[in-house]
Every structure is written in structure tokens, then in C-alpha cells.
Design a protein around this ligand. Structure first.
Ligand code: FE2
Ligand code: FE2
Ligand code: FE2
Length: 432
């Protein structure tokens, strides 16, 4: 039985925000800290309802464009933005087409804009949302908090730092709003609390939006694009898995609603890869044992991230069990046939099929014939589901055509993102 997911949007945003900053303890919860501070400042500046929600979303996702773990650590923990200026644009590119984030997207785009004595009200003749300047203050504050020193011992230094930036760097109105909210110790303790997730959840006093599977799918696609952008080797991987998985689900009599859930699950199946350093994702040659140990964690994190959101068990299961095997030899849970539903088995086949036909740094992608015989072998040795692989082989040309078409359409969308992040020197090197 499929239960229609009914998920509060803010919980989805909070969990995904937390997941993005999970790459290192040195940046943990950075975006949630910024969401808290920005929301508090925005209230002082008169923001209410929908507008406040937009600030909250923008704060929680402002660094979504900082693709790759090491870039996030460099920008947030080391306070080094040099060469990372593209990340506002990348964030905008990821968020702008989603119905829930149309207002948050431009706020994210300009969160590093300087006020420049009022010149920062616009860029290229277009207005910059005033909320971008709120985020600019909150972001600088959090990047200046040293995590190894009690926060209350740093407030004076940071407040002086913000005051010094008034006019040149920051909007004087935002500096004033910050001064007002930061007077009391509770503000600092809340903003940097280990319980920030719960604290922020209580900040939400606007009508909470509850979203269904179609809306979840739209948000899942944002994260699929982000994951695919992690390495030039996997540019359209999630889209390929999504197309294949849905085509198989349809042929195996999944309802239209279940197919939407399947597509959402496919887009986020590799979400846990955001925790893997890119030198491992891009490596030429087989991973070492240690690197393999890190890689193997990715489906575990996919599961935990989705599970924290709650309310969508099918998506978590179908997404995160794609490396489980019917004979119990998969990872990370070591599930066996009895634990693996048809949805999870479909995803395992869709992922394996898509992956082996794609090029990797250490091997060329397989031709169709060879891919099918590898899949048959994996059925023979007890890894993959025979019925699912048979469904793929019986209608191979049609399913493969659907996959290629979807990947082609998706790569057009991804091109703009890749162009933006292409200015990253390390990505250009890796792609050579
Ligand atoms: Fe940023
Ligand atoms: Fe930031
Ligand atoms: Fe995958």
C-alpha cells in the first residue's frame, strides 16, 4: 500500500540543508545558522508570512551551489571565497525553476553582493532582493564564529566586524537589524546551538505547506542535479536511473502515483555522495580500500538524510537500497531478498544498468549487448532480481531509447549549471 506523502515543506528544507553541510564538522549546520539569523533580522525589518518564508528558504539553502565537499569547507570554514564566486549563480540555477523557490532563488544568487553605499541595490540593471543583504550579514557572522571558542566570548569581536562593514560591505539597515537582534546572549546561543534544527522548526510561524509526491519529485530533481554536478563523470547519471526505473516500474504495473515516487527516489538515490570528497569521485583507476570504505557510506547517508525528513518511506527505501543484493552481500544494511521490495529491486537494476553503460575514469561504458550479459550474470549469482532484468531485456530498445532521450533533455538543463561551475579550476582539470 502506498501512502501519499504529506511532508511539511520546511522539514524537507531543513533536512536537506543539514545534509548539505554534513560534509565536515567544520561546516556543520552553517546554512541553518544563517537561516536562523536571517529570519530573526528579517522579522525586525518587517518581513512576515510568505516573505519571511522566502528568507528562511534562502538562508537554509544559500550555499546549495557550493558544489563539492572541499569547496564548502574552503568557503565556510576557511572563510576563503576567492575563486568560489560562482556558487551564488549555481544556487540560483538549481532553485529558480522550482515553484517553491522562485523568490528564494534570486536572494541566494546575490547573497555575496556588496552594499557598496547603495550601488548593491542592483546588478546588471536588475534589482537585487533586499533579503540578499540580510543573508550577507548573517553569512559573514557565522563564517566568523570560531567553533572551538565559546560563542559568547566572541560576540564583541563579531559585532564590531559587522559594524565596520556598514555602508561599504553591508546595508546599514541590515547592520542595524543585526545589532538589535544580537544584543542578547540567547540569540548567539540559539544560532549556534546543536539543536538548531528543532529551534528553527519552532521559528516557523507562517502557514506550513504540506507537499505531495509531485512536489517532492520537483525538489528531488534539484538534488539530483546537484549530485550529478559533483563529478564530470556522472553528469546525467540520476536522470538515466530515473528514466530507466520509471520505465521498469510502469511495465511492472506500478500505479502512476508510485511512478512519481520512483522518479523522486531515483533523483536522490546517490544523495549521500555529497559527503564523498571529489578526488575520490573523480579518481582515475580503481579506488583504494580506504577510498572504497568512504564510497560505501554513500547509500547509508542517502538513507539517513531521507529518513530524517520522514513521511516518505518508499522514497527512502527505493533510493537507498540500490546497492543491496538479494543474496545479502550488498551494502550498507546487508538486506536479503525478503527485505527488498520490488521498488528497491527495480532501482538496483536501473542503477547498475545506467552505471555500466556510462564512462568512468577507469573504464569505458559498456555497449548494450555486453551490459545485458553483465546484468544476466548478476541475476545468476544471486545479486539482482531476475524478473526485473527480464522486463528490461524484453523491451530493451524502447527502455533504452526513453533513457537516452531523457538524459539528452536533462543534459541541456545541466549545461548551464556546468558552465557556471565550470569556472572551478579543479573541475576543468578533472574533466580533461
Ligand atoms: Fe556563500
Ligand atoms: Fe554561507
Ligand atoms: Fe547511482
Amino acid at each position: 500500500m502506498i501512502i501519499n506523502p504529506q511532508i511539511p515543506l520546511h522539514r524537507l528544507v531543513l533536512s536537506l540543508s543539514e545534509a548539505l553541510d554534513h560534509v565536515s564538522p567544520s561546516v556543520a549546520d552553517h546554512q541553518l545558522h544563517v537561516a536562523y539569523m536571517s529570519t530573526r533580522m528579517a522579522r525586525v525589518l518587517g518581513y512576515r508570512g510568505q516573505q519571511l518564508m522566502d528568507v528562511f528558504h534562502a538562508g537554509a539553502l544559500h550555499d546549495i551551489g557550493l558544489i563539492r565537499a572541499e569547496n564548502r569547507v574552503r568557503a565556510v570554514a576557511c572563510n576563503e571565497l576567492e575563486g568560489l564566486g560562482w556558487h551564488g549563480e549555481a544556487g540560483y540555477e538549481l532553485l529558480k525553476d522550482n515553484e517553491f523557490f522562485t523568490e528564494a532563488a534570486p536572494i541566494v544568487r546575490y547573497h555575496h553582493a556588496l552594499w557598496d553605499h547603495g550601488q548593491g541595490k542592483e546588478a546588471h540593471g536588475e534589482p537585487i532582493p533586499p533579503a540578499s543583504h540580510i543573508l550577507a550579514v548573517a553569512d559573514t557572522v557565522d563564517r566568523n564564529v570560531r567553533r572551538d571558542v565559546p560563542v559568547l566570548h566572541q560576540t564583541k569581536r563579531i559585532m564590531e566586524r559587522v559594524a565596520r562593514g556598514s555602508g561599504e560591505e553591508f546595508s546599514p539597515d541590515c547592520v542595524e537589524a543585526f545589532r538589535e537582534v544580537s544584543q542578547v546572549p540567547a540569540f548567539w546561543l540559539d544560532a549556534t546551538s546543536k539543536r538548531i534544527y528543532a529551534i528553527l522548526s519552532r521559528e516557523v510561524d507562517w502557514p506550513t505547506l504540506t507537499i505531495d509526491e509531485t512536489a517532492v519529485e520537483g525538489i528531488a530533481q534539484i538534488f539530483g542535479r546537484l549530485v550529478d554536478g559533483l563529478s564530470p563523470w556522472t553528469g546525467t547519471h540520476s536522470a538515466g536511473v530515473a528514466a530507466t526505473a520509471v520505465a521498469l516500474a510502469e511495465r511492472l504495473n506500478f500505479s502512476p502515483r508510485e511512478q512519481v515516487l520512483m522518479r523522486a527516489a531515483a533523483y536522490v538515490h546517490d544523495l549521500g555522495k555529497i559527503t564523498v570528497p571529489s578526488n575520490i569521485l573523480d579518481k582515475r583507476g580503481k579506488p583504494t580500500e580506504e577510498e572504497w570504505a568512504i564510497l560505501q557510506g554513500h547509500t547509508y547517508y542517502t538513507f539517513r538524510i531521507l529518513d530524517t525528513i520522514g513521511g516518505m518511506p518508499q522514497i527512502s527505501e527505493w533510493a537507498a537500497f540500490h546497492h543491496e543484493r538479494l543474496d545479502g552481500k550488498g551494502y550498507p544494511f546487508g538486506h536479503e531478498a525478503k527485505d527488498l521490495t520490488l521498488g528497491a529491486r527495480i532501482m538496483a537494476v536501473a542503477d547498475t544498468f545506467t552505471a555500466i553503460t556510462e564512462d568512468r575514469p577507469y573504464r569505458k561504458g559498456m555497449e548494450d549487448e555486453e551490459a545485458l550479459s553483465v546484468l544476466a550474470k548478476l541475476v545468476g549469482n544471486g545479486g539482482l532480481d531476475g524478473q526485473v532484468v527480464k522486463t528490461l531485456s524484453l523491451d530493451f530498445d524502447a527502455i533504452n531509447a526513453i533513457r537516452r532521450e531523457e538524459q539528452a533533455a536533462y543534459s541541456v538543463k545541466q549545461r548551464r549549471l556546468t558552465q557556471v561551475i565550470g569556472s572551478m579550476p579543479d573541475v576543468v582539470d578533472a574533466a580533461v
